[in-house]
Design a protein around this ligand. Structure first.
Ligand SMILES: O=C(O)Cc1cc(O)ccc1O
Ligand SMILES: [Fe+2]
Length: 455
């Protein structure tokens, strides 16, 4: 059911060796790609008549007048203009996909929270019906803040397409494989990879291997970008060449289809008679992208102390206040620990930013128990947190020889805005009621002597 025959309508550029192997390297490059030779106009955007009878159309990802180093747009050459891919709208209900502001008076967001993996349901769920919002922050109406979601996907979208006018989506798979058939090409995605689906991009999500579960950061604000490296220089962390954007691929499918649009926190459907994935060629720098987290090169302390976790930033979405992100996407992956005379795990912490974490696989050093793959935790704005008792003891008494943190990949969506739990997160998802007990057995070690009591 999920084999390649399902998407046999896709046509690929000549020279691409196999379906779905076509990606172009680079982050924010100005790409050009065509699925039929000569479909892209040469040296201009709007010829009087486009090749193959295509329509030329611009997709603007930033204001026309955004500074040139931030300006993003893509020119599409497509079978029908996008105005033919929408009709009249009716509102539909996707009650588990919530947007900020979403402050439920019955829900307390103040607290340290941790969840076991949200289990898969009996019913079959698509990308749309299987999205479960955990937290929201900021305000979707004014395009600031974010939402965090878990997706549970057991079924492909069929003759169904989606776009979010509210947000770009950062997708972090934890299990299963998904195929994103987008207007601008096809992205196959599996755990240890991430993808960014830009605001306004139309796509259909298919299940390749299921069930699929993962995390989504829905960014209402300015787009994710690579962080500046400062004195680290031109290399390490996430490198531009490791980001992959798909080559053009189109469908010529004349079947009744549903297009669902998320707009100002509400969902709307419209019906059309064909596939909207009809872009034969495109050029520009506003495009979906995927990235293999195994190519992330972590930089850390090589003599003593534990740097701020921002050193592991993969992507940052600015908020307008310099250095204070709307969202940072931070990765805690395999690495060597070598610091001398140092408490090596994350230090105890109270943060003006709020920290939503997810575990992709393995064990996280501050929480050897309870923070499991597929699980999440939230340490909200100005809420203290840090290593549990077991991690504290291990790190305080362990021999400080070089040691590899192996088989570990967790991440953080860190935002300058407080995060509000949804009713689902507070009442339906598998919240660990005893999470705060993990700090219970931390002892008082102060005994008035400079040595302290380390018994
Ligand atoms: O585990 C956490 O909550 C995240 C975190 C990581 C780190 O390296 C330092 C501080 C911190 O809060
Ligand atoms: Fe923290």
């Amino acid at each position: 059911m999920n084999d390649l025959s399902k998407i046999s309508g896709l046509t690929r550029a000549a020279g691409i060796s196999a379906l779905h192997e076509g990606y172009m390297p680079g982050f924010g490059n100005d790409f050009e790609t065509e699925a039929l030779p000569g479909a892209l106009p040469d040296g201009m955007n709007s010829p009087q008549r486009c090749a193959y009878g295509l329509y030329g159309e611009q997709l603007s990802g930033t204001a026309f007048t955004a500074p040139s180093h931030q300006n993003e747009r893509t020119w599409c050459y497509r079978i029908r203009p996008a105005v033919k891919h929408v009709g009249r709208f009716s509102k539909i209900d996707l009650p588990y996909w919530q947007s900020a502001p979403n402050v439920d008076p019955d829900v307390i967001s103040l607290g340290q929270y941790r969840w076991d993996p949200v289990p898969h349901a009996q019913e079959s769920l698509t990308w749309l019906t299987g999205m479960r919002t955990m937290t929201t922050a900021g305000d979707v109406y004014t395009q600031v803040g974010m939402a965090s979601h878990i997706y549970l996907v057991t079924a492909s979208m069929q003759d169904e397409y989606f776009y979010s006018a509210d947000s770009e989506l950062l997708v972090v798979p934890q299990e299963g494989r998904l195929r994103f058939c987008t207007e601008l090409g096809v992205i196959d995605l599996e755990p240890k990879e991430i993808a960014i689906l830009p605001r306004g991009l139309v796509y259909r999500v298919e299940l390749i291997d299921g069930p699929a579960r993962g995390f989504v950061c829905e960014n209402y604000g300015q787009k994710f970008d690579l962080p500046g490296r400062g004195p680290i220089g031109a290399n390490c962390m996430a490198n531009r060449r490791d980001f992959k954007t798909p080559v053009a691929a189109f469908e010529e499918r004349e079947t009744r289809s549903r297009v669902v649009i998320k707009w100002q926190g509400q969902f709307h459907e419209t019906w059309i008679g064909h596939s909207p994935l009809d872009v034969v060629a495109w050029h520009g720098n506003y495009a979906p992208v995927k990235y293999d987290l195994r190519t992330y090169c972590p930089v850390g302390a090589v003599l003593f102390d534990h740097p701020d976790p921002s050193i592991f930033t993969v992507l940052t979405a600015p908020s307008g206040v310099e250095g204070t992100a709307n969202i940072d996407f931070v990765l805690f992956r395999e690495r060597w620990m070598v610091a001398e005379n140092t408490f090596r795990p994350p230090w105890y912490h109270k943060n003006v930013m709020s920290e939503l974490m997810g575990n992709i696989y393995g064990e996280y050093d501050a929480k050897p128990q309870g923070f499991v793959p597929g699980g999440m935790s939230l340490h909200n704005m100005m809420l203290p947190h840090g290593p549990d008792n077991e991690a504290f003891e291990k790190a305080s008494f362990g021999e400080l020889k070089p040691g590899k943190l192996d088989n570990t990949m967790s991440f953080m969506f860190e935002t300058r805005f407080p995060q509000h739990l949804t009713r689902f997160a507070a009442q339906e998802a598998p919240l660990q009621d005893d999470y705060i007990d993990c700090w219970d057995s931390l002892k008082k070690r102060f005994d008035g002597t400079p040595e302290g009591n380390w018994d």
